[in-house]
Design a protein around this ligand. Structure first.
Ligand SMILES: NC(=O)c1ccc[n+]([C@@H]2O[C@H](COP(=O)([O-])OP(=O)(O)OC[C@H]3O[C@@H](n4cnc5c(N)ncnc54)[C@H](O)[C@@H]3O)[C@@H](O)[C@H]2O)c1
Length: 395
């Protein structure tokens, strides 16, 4: 694959490491950056044949198979529309839009142009997520009741993130978009998100946007997703999921407590991990950051789908659903009420049944609980199907 990378900053370089890492046969042939110096440096670092400060030229270049948008949020739509104009396959980093209206325009445009479209949400491709979600899809957790995702760090690395016009929101859009897609994937992407309740506040930073938020997202099955996000968390990058089902539980850490812990006096001044606040004392490096945060698996899925002429796991449609859920969160944070998720284009299931916890113990009773106590008794708590009476029995 010949890739045109738009943006030579933080995520453009993470993507470049994933795309060209190891013995990859894919290469970034064209780099677009706003500043000539950044474009030249990126081209030298990654062996790009062409660098340019003209976005349209980078997209229209005839050598390019697919365009990768790694630009600030306010530039996603302009770049996507140029890909449509030149009929170029496109992948866009998260969030797709600054809001659902912008995201829907991009979705409609790529579908009308008939071009490949991929939504670059790396955290639903992390090896741990992939393993967890495979078990969930195989039924290991039964029916999913609750899925929580937390992303918290000390704040982003570039000025535009802190500008509400350019970014479109604060930590809720920037980090919440990951959490929404993670929890949505655990619950089932074909299950409709119905309504949300959200708290968001600017607790610490001198900005217009929120630097903290917590939200609940109710799905049609009755399952609840929950996210917590912060741009003022101290201690590094905290990325955690918890999933609870009728048959099991999953706890997952993609960063910090990954099982790799290291103490150093810091004399080497080494890089530790994204958003690590220190490089001395007890540290929590991520084993192989590019792989473990999902970038390798994400691009493999994108490129294999492109070659097969199929859709990748994450498309612009997913980006649109995420934006629609987050729009509802912003409305709820203002109204302090449950707000409906407004999806004018829903492609999943409709009219699904609510999760039911009813387990028949025998003809007459439902089972509420069975437990073997520390003194060796096995207790049964049953509910009579006819009378509703709840009684315990010792087996
Ligand atoms: N894990 C992830 O998926 C992840 C992580 C970080 C950022 N992102 C997303 O990637 C995108 C870029 O973020 P980043 O962290 O790389 O930002 P960044 O500031 O590090 O880099 C942005 C790039 O765009 C260029 N740029 C900035 N303003 C521009 C302008 N006005 N016109 C033209 N070019 C401009 C910069 O020169 C730079 O090359 C954002 O949409 C962000 O949400 C995704």
């Amino acid at each position: 694959m010949n890739i045109s990378m738009l943006g030579s900053g933080f995520i453009g370089r993470f993507y470049a490491e994933a795309i060209q890492g190891k013995r990859s046969k894919d290469s970034i042939t064209v780099i677009y950056s706003r500043k000539e110096e950044s474009a030249r440096t990126f081209a030298a670092d990654y062996g790009c044949t062409t660098w340019t400060t003209n976005m349209e030229q980078a997209i229209a270049d005839p050598s390019v198979d697919i365009v990768c948008i790694a630009l600030p949020n306010h530039l996603h739509e302009e770049a996507v529309m140029l890909c449509c104009k030149h009929k170029k396959a496109v992948m866009t980093t998260k969030p797709l839009g600054r809001n659902a209206v912008e995201a829907k325009r991009m979705l409609d445009a790529v579908e009308a142009a008939g071009i490949f479209n991929g939504y670059l949400e790396d955290l639903v491709y992390s090896p741990k997520f992939l393993r967890a979600n495979e078990s969930i899809r195989n039924g290991a957790l039964g029916s999913i009741l609750w899925a929580k995702s937390r992303e918290a760090h000390p704040g982003p690395h570039s000025d535009w993130f802190w500008n509400i016009e350019m970014a479109g929101g604060g930590c809720m859009l920037d980090l919440g978009c990951h959490c929404v897609e993670i929890t949505r994937s655990y619950i089932g992407k074909d299950i409709r998100p119905v309504e949300v309740m959200c708290w968001a506040a600017t607790q610490v930073k001198p900005i217009e946007a929120e630097d903290h938020a917590i939200a609940l997202i109710k799905y049609e099955t009755g399952a609840i997703a929950q996210f917590e996000v912060s741009w003022a968390f101290r201690g590094g990058l905290d990325l955690r999921d918890e999933v609870m089902g009728t048959e099991g539980t999953i706890w997952l850490n993609d960063s910090l407590r990954t099982g790799l812990e290291m103490f150093t006096t810091g004399k080497a001044g080494d890089y530790v991990a994204e958003k690590a606040e220190s490089n001395s004392g007890w540290l929590f490096p991520v084993g192989d950051e590019v792989n473990d945060l999902g970038y390798n698996h994400m691009f493999a899925d994108m490129f294999i789908a492109f070659e097969k002429g199929t859709a990748p796991k994450e498309t612009f449609y997913d980006g649109y659903v995420v934006n629609a859920i987050l729009d509802a969160c912003y409305r709820s944070a203002k109204s302090k009420l449950w707000e409906p998720v407004q999806l004018e284009d829903w492609r999943g299931k409709t009219g699904v049944a609510q999760i039911s916890g009813l387990v028949s113990y025998d003809e007459d009773n439902y089972l509420i609980k069975e437990e073997t106590t520390h003194y060796g008794a096995t207790k049964l708590i049953l509910k009579n199907k006819q009378t509703g009476a709840i009684k315990e029995f010792v087996k």
